[in-house]
Design a binder for this molecule. Structure first.
Ligand SMILES: [Zn+2]
Length: 207
């Protein structure tokens, strides 16, 4: 890697094709290598936020984050900055949700700071993380996405477009069910150890 190249500030990319990140204001970049047919997606190089489709305002991002919050204010999110997301790339099962944004711990910290909040509690969810890593491992070999977790209502599935591919996907899912789990457990445990787990539950409090 050449070190004499000038560093270009992120702001230099701002323009109609690079709308500002609703969390940190830096320009968003087109997110390539997505297997799911999501249309145009963007991601923020600064806070890590992923944006599926058209991006919105900071309030939109907060509403999306808290959409499924419990009455106790607990928010569960799948970590886009997780080890499993890094390892499986476009096959990461966390991409297959009906949320508009994919959050990272950094993007959440910045987002709640806009309303003077901080984290009151962060808890890693190893069971959920192992399941999503398991599904991500299978996704690497199937035409469709999130077929097993989708069947149980735990993720949004995107089936293959042709019947023969769907049949093959079912076969692949069954064959890989056990091997994928053998990888999923250590990867998620290592991820959790380094604060790069696949899923966390968080609660906020006012400063
Ligand atoms: Zn950002």
């Amino acid at each position: 890697m050449r070190s004499d190249l000038p560093t270009v500030p992120l702001e230099a990319g701002a323009g109609p094709d690079n709308p500002p990140c609703p969390v940190c204001g830096e320009p968003l970049f087109v997110w390539v290598d997505l297997p799911v047919d999501t249309g145009l997606a963007h991601r923020c190089e600064a806070c890590g936020l992923g944006v599926m489709g058209k991006t919105g305002t900071t309030a939109d991002a907060i509403a999306d984050l808290e959409r499924d919050a419990g009455e106790d204010g607990v928010v569960v999110f799948e970590n886009k900055a997780s080890l499993q997301s890094f390892v499986t790339g476009g096959a990461w099962s966390g991409l297959g949700t009906d949320h508009a944004y994919r959050f990272t711990p950094e993007s959440i910290l910045r987002l709640i700071a806009t309303r003077d909040q901080v984290l009151a509690e962060t808890r890693w969810m190893p069971g959920k993380g192992i399941l999503s890593m398991w599904q991500s491992g299978i996704n690497m070999f199937t035409f469709g996405h999130n077929l097993a977790l989708g069947a149980f209502g735990k993720a949004v599935a995107t089936p293959a477009r042709k019947p023969w591919r769907e049949s093959l996907d079912l076969f692949i899912t069954v064959v890989l069910a056990v091997p994928s789990m053998l990888f999923a457990i250590p990867i998620e445990l290592i991820g959790g150890l380094f604060r790069r787990g696949g899923a966390y539950r968080v609660r906020f409090k006012v400063l």
